[in-house]
Design a protein around this ligand. Structure first.
Ligand SMILES: [Zn+2]
Length: 184
């Protein structure tokens, strides 16, 4: 069968070559291309489909997406939080509101699988709060750092004079004096 295909390809290329002027390389290339194309066509024929149809079958024409239930993590959005109990939208899920569902924030988080650290407020609100907290905390940490550095400096500078040159100088003068005394 392959031989038959090759013969067909050769016929096609021969026909092309007879019409235009083709170099040996061009003929070889045309032969390979034609043979490859024939092979594909034959394969498609054996599988009972045309090439175009085969391609079309790979891509599903209609993508149907089943309507999903909202996941807990999706309830906390940029500018709002949605109550998983009643679907109410608000900036912050208050203890008072949760109380209307007989839940406190801790129970609510447990029930819907939130981390206990998860703030029950819109992301933008949580962010605003945490950056405000950081701004408050920064000077404090900076002052503490500066104080610690000062303390370290004063400790190391007070240690140096203790083992300084004064003591060593005394010893030297003493050892020098002794031999002088012997001679005199
Ligand atoms: Zn609610």
């Amino acid at each position: 069968m392959t031989r038959k295909l090759l013969e067909i390809a050769a016929d096609i290329v021969e026909a092309q070559a007879s019409v235009g002027q083709m170099t040996a390389d061009q003929i070889e290339l045309a032969l390979l291309k034609t043979f490859g194309a024939l092979q594909k066509m034959q394969k498609a024929e054996e599988e009972g489909v045309l090439l175009d149809q085969a391609k079309a079958l790979e891509e599903p024409s209609v993508k149907e997406k089943a309507p999903e239930k909202m996941e807990a993590k999706d309830s906390i959005q940029e500018d709002k939080i949605i109550c998983m109990e009643c679907g109410a939208e608000m900036r912050q899920l208050t203890t008072k509101h949760l109380g209307s569902h007989d839940l406190d924030p801790r129970e609510y988080k447990k029930k819907w699988g939130f981390s206990l650290k998860q703030p029950l407020s819109a992301k933008s609100l949580t962010r605003a709060r945490s950056s405000a907290a950081k701004k408050r905390g920064l000077p404090e940490a900076l002052v503490r750092f500066q104080q610690e550095r000062k303390l370290k400096k004063s400790q190391s500078s007070s240690e140096e004079p203790a083992s300084g040159e004064e003591g060593a100088g005394d010893k030297r003068t003493r050892t020098i004096r002794r031999p002088k005394n012997k001679k005199e």
